[in-house]
Design a protein around this ligand. Structure first.
Ligand code: NDP
Length: 253
């Protein structure tokens, strides 16, 4: 089997997995964070788990950029920078900014995250720096990049600001939950997820690529049901939770 066949097969698998995950997560909450529970096997330190899962994305993407025949154009370097700014932070900074160093995560979640991130980083980087035939420098002044890049940057800002708000709710070393206020929490319960979906939708538009679209669809398939679970959880645990606060999309849902 040649690489092109394997690549097509993996793209199909990515879209199929997104559909399966979307439906499954409406019935089963992924067992990490507030939805952690026993019965999911061996656990490891939460921070280590995040580093393992997310560093795969950063490193694999970097590898396929390094060996790609079309890796020197300005556009290729901008795509590399966008991906790595996000994933270097997610893998090596975000896990150490969370307040609790004692939280555990199941190996099953880490393994699934690692599997998806490996496949996703390969699909995106292999396409951008090899299979696409390369992006010209003028791509950066085209409509796809301008719209997608702006959405990516806006989503990035929303995601980081929302995660920072959550971090600041907890004194160091504690694990209690509080109601977040301010920023986009005025309108929705999960602005970090809203920002994350915007980031990868922006990426899909900026790269105008099938693997980019697969990642955007996967992110939404993963985070829409989880946002629904978070919203339900907040309402069950905080009787004073703001009634008019939507789940994920301001004014809509
Ligand atoms: P959560 O919003 O569930 O939690 C983020 C952090 O804030 C955790 O450390 C959590 O602690 C803490 N926290 C959450 N709510 C509160 C609260 N009310 N009071 C105090 N602390 C709180 O996000 P996730 O952990 O699911 O995701 C983390 C990041 O990773 C997000 O930016 C998300 O967008 C991204 N992500 C992206 C995915 C993708 O498919 N692209 C998939 C999953 C996540 P605790 O762990 O104890 O709950």
């Amino acid at each position: 089997m040649n690489e092109s066949t394997i690549y097509q097969w993996l793209i199909t698998a990515a879209f199929t997995m997104a559909g399966v995950v979307f439906v499954t997560l409406f019935f089963i909450n992924a067992p990490y964070g507030r939805h952690s529970r026993s019965g999911w096997g061996i656990t490891i330190n939460d921070r280590l788990g995040w580093v393992i899962m997310e560093s795969a994305s950063a490193l694999i993407f970097l590898y396929f950029w390094a060996i790609g025949p079309y890796n020197r154009s300005l556009t290729a370097l901008v795509f590399l920078a966008m991906w790595e700014i996000h994933y270097m932070h997610r893998a090596f900074i975000f896990p150490f900014t969370t307040r609790s160093s004692t939280r555990r995560i199941t190996v099953a979640v880490v393994a699934m995250g690692l599997l998806f991130n490996t496949m996703n980083a390969y699909l995106n980087s292999r396409y951008l720096f090899s299979l696409s035939g390369g992006y010209s420098d003028s791509w950066l002044s085209g409509l796809h990049f301008l719209i997608g890049g702006a959405l990516f940057a806006f989503g990035f800002f929303i995601n980081r600001q929302a995660d920072l708000t959550l971090r600041n709710l907890r004194p160091a070393g504690t694990t209690a939950y509080k109601i977040p206020y301010g920023g986009m929490y005025r309108w929705i319960s999960c602005p970090n997820y809203c920002g994350e979906i915007m980031i990868w939708l922006g990426w899909a538009i900026a790269t105008w690529s099938l693997p980019g679209l697969a990642f955007a669809v996967w992110t939404a398939a993963n985070l829409v049901p989880r946002a629904r679970s978070h919203q339900k959880w907040y309402k069950e645990h905080f009787p004073e939770y703001p009634l008019n606060r939507k789940t994920l999309f301001p004014g809509l849902w």
